[in-house]
Design a protein around this ligand. Structure first.
Ligand SMILES: C[S@@+](CC[C@H](N)C(=O)[O-])C[C@H]1O[C@@H](n2cnc3c(N)ncnc32)[C@H](O)[C@@H]1O
Length: 390
């Protein structure tokens, strides 16, 4: 057997595992329901099947095709930006199809342009054309229409990340400020970014739920945890439900904190992590913070904790540990490397490997003891469990 049949056989087995671990009801809903809730084994089987499928797609291309298919694909962000910017999904009725002419008028776009955009999206399974020149929703376009957080996420990607990828963040924004300070000047941009974080917190592999169960939070006892750069406090809200002895203080820039909602055992405070930490707590958690910053800034963020740290305080960093090439399922590696480059575009930042984490933490202060790196089943994020031994 050649390598194509080998890979195809592997995919067949992985698809069987996916179907065996998914109810027939969920399989039937797959195209229509925005996000079928899968069991752990089904999630793993789906990731495995998609990764092998990606390998097969890549393997089947000739070397020239490999370069051209990726290198020539330049329009996808533009088309998704148009979908977001012109509210196209909202202008297509949910109950029946509509003419391109009517939808174009509602979007204030020339009909020809609207048609070209929608027909491109259809090649990615967003919208359908049930009869010539009439557009209708399908599962994907309906998911986009109905899920405001998804819309905000696509807005964040196409209005913030894409221009920064093309020009660099400083030039795209004509600013000398870092990306976060820059968007904090504009409440709608800060809110869009925070909504994007909330949405991504529910995505498979990036979700918050696995982080709730992966750490021995009970061992902290009656404890105050500061969530540094905690946005609207989504992770803390989940932890509160499960651990009644924990209280949380969410710290972020004022523009983001303004969108958070106070509740029992959960408070919000404005704090810039480039200033000294004002709260003495039992633990400090940082989810998806350090990947936003270059090494020098990360060192400063860690050192700013020191005046508040008591002996034995924990610092929990939740971020990717980027694998060595080909050591993780291809889909996972591709996602982590996409994030790595995205962070580079946005803020000259990066994702880090285990070794890079270890060096960074030691460089900040040798009293930060990296005791454990917890790899979490069902999550691409790890928890770096650091003890302050000061
Ligand atoms: C990638 S988001 C992660 C948010 C949240 N921890 C989560 O996991 O969803 C980065 C967060 O850092 C916040 N941030 C950026 N610069 C900051 C600063 N100098 N001080 C405090 N927070 C900051 C942003 O406002 C944003 O909420």
């Amino acid at each position: 057997m050649g390598k194509f049949v080998d890979l195809a056989t592997k995919i067949l087995e992985q698809c069987k595992a996916l179907e065996e671990n998914t109810s027939s009801e969920h399989l039937a809903q797959w195209d229509e329901f925005p996000d079928v809730q899968l069991t752990g084994p089904a999630i793993m089987a789906k990731l495995a099947a998609q990764s092998t499928l990606l390998e097969l797609q890549v393997a089947m291309k000739t070397p020239t095709e490999t370069v051209t298919t990726l290198g020539m694909r330049t329009v996808t962000p533009m088309v998704f930006q148009a979908l977001y910017r012109f509210g196209i999904a909202e202008k297509v009725p949910t109950e029946h199809d509509a003419s391109y002419e009517d939808v174009a008028k509602a979007c204030r776009l020339p009909e020809q342009d609207l048609r070209r955009i929608v027909r491109y999206l259809m090649t990615w399974n967003v919208f359908t054309e049930p009869q010539p020149n009439r557009v209708a929703h399908n599962g994907s376009s309906r998911a986009f229409r109905e899920n405001k957080l998804l819309q905000q996420t696509i807005g964040m990607c196409t209005e913030e990340i894409w221009p920064s990828a093309v020009h660099g963040s400083s030039i795209a924004n004509s600013t000398e400020l870092d990306f976060f300070q820059e968007i904090s000047k504009y409440p709608t941009r800060a809110k869009r970014f925070a909504d994007g974080m909330t949405f991504m917190g529910g995505m498979p592999g990036l979700g918050m739920e696995p982080l709730v169960g992966a750490y021995n939070w009970d061992a902290l006892g009656e404890a105050t945890v500061v969530d540094v750069g905690g946005s609207h406090g989504e992770l803390a809200k989940r932890l509160l439900l499960k651990y009644p002895k924990l209280s949380f203080v969410i710290q972020d820039l004022s523009s983001t904190i303004d969108g958070g909602h106070q509740q029992s055992r959960l408070s919000f405070m404005e704090h810039n992590f480039f200033d000294k930490q004002p709260v003495q707590a039992d633990a400090y958690m940082f989810r998806w913070i350090f990947h936003d910053w270059p090494d020098k800034a990360c060192t400063k963020i860690l050192q700013n904790l020191i005046p508040a740290l008591k002996q034995g305080a924990r610092i929990l960093i939740m971020d990717f540990c980027v694998p060595e090439p080909s050591q993780a399922p291809r889909m996972a590696e591709e996602l982590e490397r996409t994030f790595d480059l995205t962070m580079w575009c946005l803020n000259n930042a990066k994702e880090r490997s285990k070794e890079e984490w270890s060096i960074l933490i030691k460089q900040a202060d040798t009293r930060f003891k990296l005791e454990n790196i917890i790899m979490i089943p069902g999550s691409l994020l790890s928890i770096l469990d650091i003890k302050w031994d000061g």
